[in-house]
Design a protein around this ligand. Structure first.
Ligand code: AMP
Ligand code: ZN
Length: 484
């Protein structure tokens, strides 16, 4: 477990708790280390910028805690066995391991580019099968789970009266609400419609992907992995649990039922759920062609840091609308921060954890940190930062001796935001595409989306007459200068 300061926070850190519906203080129950679990990606393809909104907000949460002096232990799992990973690995003609390893590496590379702190533990479901079997066995022994007629093992929701306490959905509501999310058609062995699978009996289409268990060969259900792995690394009761808002129900509700059902103890105390990212006002989806990855962002000449800026710039409990214009605005904002930082000192800004063993001082930046520590209000924090910068610049003109303390506070605040400020423009190897060219490419893309082929062709010609080639890619387009 990493940590860099005494576990004494410089200010209270408040965060809306989905479980209570109130803003509550974030603190380590053991007075030492904040134990924090995030549901990670399903590794069957590249993560999209919506997934990265959630992971980046979770990173902002951890960085904020650390910047104010709370030591953390962060666990984020990898879902490397489920229907999708099995199906897609078979389509790709690869073993499940070779297939998920490849997407895990891609995810880790993307996280590094976005400057997400590496979790202290990144356990995968396949490498924790015994822990999951053991937890299921505890539930069976307590009468909270049963083997169905189809050989799978199910959680008996009727035996857990607290079911629904996170999402506020009652059991009756679940049954009426059954919309396909609660059950799958091949789960025919259940006692009750709303019971969910803990262990899935092996089927022909699973191929070689099977593990032995007391209930026969099969594989774990999706929900059990997060209960088993979070309790394995963080203990049966821990501090904070997070995932995107779509996970509140049924995934997190099921995690609580499995964990508290087995242990009889409270599971995670504090829950937070970033709201979804939308693109140009629409839900992201493959069919709309707006499901962007980090690769798509780079292909249009923007840097991961510019994307990071956009992803954290709205309040995590409000939906965020991604637009290409917002990346332009992020570029200007980061350039302003970079300029200010270079004026203070030519040295590279701190990218690792700030050093120090006493209660952190934020100096003139205290209002910025106070916004982050008040329900992760990054929008307000950035607003305050840009108001304070010119004030700090004037203060330095009249009293240059304050430079070091302003710099130390600024670097700590940059650590919290996760900005490296390494370059004023896109990183090396990335194109800095002029704004008017980007605007033309965008207009062409929009024309294509509305099937106005004549307009799209005219815009392509316009771009090439200005020296730029536009190429369509799987999920969007890329721009490159005409070779001379
Ligand atoms: P998955 O790989 O589908 O399990 O998702 C990984 C994480 O991304 C989960 O916490 C999801 O809740 C979250 N997520 C999925 N779609 C979006 C979106 N459009 N905006 C924000 N978060 C999302
Ligand atoms: Zn999970």
């Amino acid at each position: 477990m990493a940590g860099y300061v005494d576990p004494i926070a410089a200010m209270d850190f408040l965060l809306q708790n989905t479980l209570s519906g109130h803003k509550e203080k974030v603190f380590p129950a053991d007075g030492q280390t904040l134990r924090f679990y995030c549901c990670g990606p399903t590794v069957y393809g590249p993560a999209h910028i919506g997934n990265f909104r959630t992971f980046t907000i979770q990173d902002l949460f951890r960085r904020t805690a650390e910047a104010i002096g709370i030591r953390t232990c962060h666990v984020r799992n990898l879902t490397d066995v489920d229907d999708k990973t099995i199906r897609e690995s078979q389509k790709a003609g690869l073993s499940l391991k070779a297939f998920t390893d490849q997407w895990t590496r891609r995810f880790e590379d993307d996280c590094k580019s976005l400057n997400l702190l590496e979790p202290h533990h990144s356990p995968s479901a396949v490498s924790h099968i015994p822990q999951q079997i053991e937890l299921i066995q505890r539930l069976v022994d307590k009468g909270l789970a049963y083997k169905g007629q189809d050989g799978s093992v199910y959680f008996r929701i009727s035996a857990f009266p607290a079911y629904g306490k996170l999402s506020g959905l009652c059991r009756e509501g679940l049954v009426c609400n059954a919309d396909g999310r609660l059950h799958s058609e091949d789960e025919y062995g259940k006692e009750d419609y709303s019971d969910f699978a803990l262990w899935k009996a092996w089927k022909d289409e699973d191929g070689p992907n099977r593990w032995e268990s007391p209930w026969g060969p099969g594989r774990p259900g999706w929900h059990i992995e997060c209960s088993a792995m979070s309790m394995h690394y963080l203990g049966e009761s821990y501090d904070v649990h997070s995932g995107g808002v779509d996970l509140v129900f049924p995934h997190h509700e099921n995690e609580i039922a499995q964990s508290e059902g087995a242990t009889g103890k409270p599971f995670a105390r504090h829950w937070f759920h970033p709201t979804h990212l939308r693109v140009e006002g629409q839900k992201m989806s493959k069919s709309l062609g707006n499901l962007y990855t980090l690769e798509d962002i780079r292909a249009r000449g923007f840097s991961p840091e510019e994307l990071r800026y956009v992803l954290i710039s709205g309040h995590f409990r409000q939906p965020l609308n991604f637009t290409w214009d917002s990346l332009h605005a992020a570029r200007s904002a980061l350039q302003r921060l970079h300029k200010f930082r270079s004026k203070l000192s030519p040295a590279t800004p701190v990218v690792g954890q700030p050093a120090g063993s006493s209660i952190p001082e934020f100096g003139v930046w205290e209002p910025v940190m106070a916004s982050l520590a008040d329900d992760l209000n990054a929008a307000q924090a950035l607003g305050r930062l840009f108001t304070l910068i010119p004030q700090a610049e004037s203060a330095l003109v009249s009293d240059p001796s304050g430079r070091e303390s302003i710099l130390a506070g600024f670097d700590r605040v940059m650590y919290a935001f996760g900005f490296r400020l390494e370059a004023e423009t896109a990183p090396e190897g990335q194109l800095d595409i002029p704004a008017d060219i980007l605007a033309l490419a965008e207009a062409r893309w929009q024309a294509k989306q509305s099937r106005d082929w004549a307009k799209a062709d005219a815009l392509r010609l316009d771009l090439s007459s200005r020296g730029w080639v536009v190429k369509d890619t799987k999920d969007g387009y890329s721009l490159s200068p005409v070779a001379v």
